[in-house]
Write a protein that binds this ligand. Structure first.
Ligand SMILES: [Mn+2]
Length: 313
């Protein structure tokens, strides 16, 4: 029996947290491979995740800083990655671990393993949609608590099923979980979303809260997303946000940084660029202008921001 760590990406969002928490519970309840699974997090929990877990009486996942090399003669730490697969978005020292599984809905980049592994990758709206499907595959029914945690992340990751990443599977799964809980999925998702303390976000939090590193055309490009129900507050502090973008980029040693201020009510993103963002400008067809560029309909970093940038370079 091994003690396996299950975790989502750095700067975790609600999907990264809930996919790890609920997948670890599922694998434990079916005694998958005879292992014991522990959910971890690679950073502080988003406010909505902390609130949902506290309400459910569940402990927050353990904060994992790094994975150290195995001691002489010992087996490497086994891990399951959820909601990511790229080493640049994962734990420090991932190379010291043995990845035995991945449950993800992102592109695969720079990912290799020494041994065969379990990979469940589907281009659905959230990693929690895939975890919900795995309950079915493993002959289990989610408890009401598990259904609630899964549905919360499905809603935050698909921006209440409005993001173009949303598939029919997500809509059907959300309806089923909502029925089990006796809630309307979209109304429930909006409540989860509004439990974020959006009014108190600092420029540093807007930049660093949900940001991922991509290797594009030989450069390191950071792409962040700040989701809000009212972009006007953020747009009133653009000089401070730009300063925070420059500081974050310098701290991470990246070449450029893109920040999408996504307004889920107006259904679009104001896109700000700092540093070397030639690749991003080419991919998005926009220029680096002081106040940023409003891109109507752009809600998904993965599909409408990262993908066109990676495809164009
Ligand atoms: Mn996700």
């Amino acid at each position: 029996m091994s003690h396996v760590l299950v975790f989502g990406h750095q700067n975790p969002d609600n999907d990264a947290i809930m996919s790890a928490v609920v997948l670890a519970q599922l694998l434990n309840q079916v005694e998958y491979l005879g292992n014991e699974y522990e959910a971890c997090a690679l950073g502080p929990l988003p406010a909505e995740s902390a609130k949902l877990l506290a309400e459910a009486g569940l402990p927050a996942p353990r904060l994992l800083d790094a994975i150290e090399p195995a001691e002489e003669g010992a087996d490497p730490q086994q891990v399951v990655l959820t909601d990511h697969n790229e080493p640049g978005q994962s734990v420090a020292g991932l190379g010291n671990a043995q990845v035995i599984g991945v449950v993800d809905h992102h592109r695969f980049g720079d990912f290799t393993t020494a041994a065969p592994l379990h990979i469940v990758a589907l281009p659905w709206g959230s990693s929690c949609s895939i975890v919900a499907k795995l309950f079915e595959v493993l002959g289990q029914k989610p408890t009401d608590t598990q259904a609630k945690l899964l549905l919360s992340a499905m809603m935050t990751d698909t921006l209440m099923l409005k993001s173009p990443t949303t598939t029919d599977v997500d809509r059907a799964t959300a309806a089923k979980l909502g029925e089990q809980l006796g809630v309307d999925p979209v109304k429930f998702g909006m409540e989860v979303f509004l439990s974020r303390p959006s009014g108190s976000f600092t420029p540093e939090q807007m930049v660093g809260n949900d940001i991922k590193l991509f290797e594009v055309a030989g450069t390191k490009l950071l792409i962040g997303q700040y989701e809000t129900v009212d972009k006007s507050r953020a747009l009133g502090m653009i000089p401070e946000i730009r300063e925070a973008m420059r500081a974050y980029q310098a701290e991470k040693g990246a070449d450029g940084i893109v920040l999408c201020v996504t307004d889920i009510m107006e259904e679009g993103s104001q896109v700000l660029l700092e540093g070397d963002t030639a690749a991003a400008q080419k991919g998005l067809g926009i220029e680096d202008v002081a106040e940023g560029v409003w891109m109507p309909g752009v809600l998904s970093r993965k599909k409408q921001v990262a993908a066109p940038i990676l495809a164009a370079n």
